[in-house]
Design a protein around this ligand. Structure first.
Ligand code: AMP
Length: 398
């Protein structure tokens, strides 16, 4: 079989990240990765590098909008300098209740997913914009939506159903769960020795935890939106609904329309809360650890809230799973923040978890539990692009 270049697109609020894989029957080689960063600024960054880290493109273009940014990517990848992609995989956070399977993107599919923008308001509009552009700028190339919710489709109804009036459940309000592509990539990397009872903590700027039985998701902390679950960089996680009502009423005192008030509430719970809200300093764990060293009490409280909540949530998942064989840390904090891992595991000592301080003193993949720990604790970086490529090839029937 001829090798097939597959493009993976992962768009954020101010950047478009991408990678190109060369694929065959069992080959999956990343050829290039790149990004356009600083969208909506005069001096953005556009780079593409090969697997050896050599920069093939390194530019600082003006990036007035996302359209200009994506055209740079499309023009480069459609030029003779790069193999033109034969298929494109888009990371899609949420497709709503009617789009739960990874599938070929058509204009009708995009319209359907757009109805549920409110379920991932920070992610969906951007991904949808890029999908529409990709259909135009890579004509004739099949594009596929690869969903973060797909991994969580195995959760039982008792977990997905929300305790709300039925009319809202009928509108698609339920637990979807996110970071699914990351979780899939952990299972992929654990093969063939997938533990029966596994908990994975994806701790990045957005953070979530999943309880996984025999490789299938049983429960996950994020709910209808990526704002639910555990506290993360700028998001509340689950909170008393009365708090939302209190804040909404306060906002409404000075706001004319209900929609404007809801938008402001959205900003409060999704962009101004979490580690940033409590510390009043930063959503970045590195800044908070530095501030703690300087004796900053608010940074200490924010981080304590983070690790405490995670340990509490993991405890409840151990109960759901009926025990625990392995715990995996992943995501920027999970991979790199030695102190967070130590603090979370200290909160779980009642479960018998024993961390080896020396083994934990690493960044990147490692087993960090002590030899005598009945529960293995590992650090595994996610490989999300690889999972997207695998889904694209499966859907292509390649
Ligand atoms: P992600 O969203 O997965 O890229 O993760 C972002 C989070 O990882 C931020 O809170 C960063 O502060 C954190 N992070 C990245 N590198 C480090 C590091 N070396 N030490 C501590 N935290 C880190």
């Amino acid at each position: 079989m001829a090798l097939l270049p597959v493009l993976v697109l992962n768009s954020g609020s101010s950047s478009i990240k991408f990678s190109v894989y060369e694929t065959g029957n069992s080959e999956r080689h990343r050829l290039y990765e790149g990004a356009v960063d600083g969208i909506a600024t005069d001096q953005g960054k556009f780079w593409i590098k090969d697997v050896d880290g050599k920069k093939l493109v390194d530019a600082t273009p003006a990036l007035p909008n996302r359209s200009v940014a994506f055209k740079l990517v499309a023009d480069a990848l459609n030029s003779e300098d790069f193999p033109s992609p034969k298929a494109i995989g888009h990371r899609m956070v949420c497709g709503g209740p009617t789009v739960q399977d990874n599938q070929l993107i058509t204009p009708a599919l995009i319209d359907e997913m757009e109805k549920y923008t409110a379920f991932a308001p920070l992610h969906t509009p951007i991904a949808i914009y890029i999908m529409r552009e990709a259909l135009k700028l890579f004509p004739g190339t099949p594009n596929f939506a690869i969903l973060d919710t797909y991994f969580h489709r195995t959760m039982p109804e008792v977990v997905t159903h929300m305790p709300i009036p039925e009319e809202y459940s009928a509108m698609g309000v339920r637990r979807y769960g996110y970071h699914g592509i990351s979780y899939e990539s952990i299972i992929y990397q654990l093969q063939p020795n997938i533990p029966e009872k596994l908990i994975v903590a994806h701790l990045g700027n957005g953070a979530s935890i999943s309880a996984i039985r025999n490789g299938e998701c049983l429960d996950t902390s994020m709910g209808l939106t990526p704002t639910g679950g555990i506290i993360s960089g700028t998001r509340t996680g689950d909170i008393d609904p009365g708090i939302l009502l209190f804040i909404l009423r306060k906002i409404a005192e000075n706001t004319e329309s209900a929609t404007a008030a809801a938008d402001q509430l959205e900003t409060v719970v999704s962009k101004r809360a979490g580690l940033l809200g409590v510390s009043e300093l930063s959503n970045d764990m590195r800044d908070l650890r530095e501030a703690i060293k300087q004796g900053n009490a608010k940074a200490r409280l924010a981080v304590d809230k983070f690790t405490w909540t995670i340990a509490k949530w993991i405890g409840s998942y151990v109960a759901e799973l009926g025990g625990l064989d392995m715990m995996v840390f992943t995501g920027g904090i999970g991979e790199n923040d030695i102190d967070s891992r130590a603090e979370i595991c200290a909160g779980l000592s009642a479960l018998g978890i024993v961390l080896d301080a020396e083994r934990n003193n690493v960044r990147g993949a490692a087993t960090i539990s002590a030899k005598n720990s009945p529960i293995t604790v590992r650090v595994i970086p996610p490989a999300e692009d690889l999972i997207i490529v695998n889904h694209v090839l499966r859907l292509l029937g390649a």
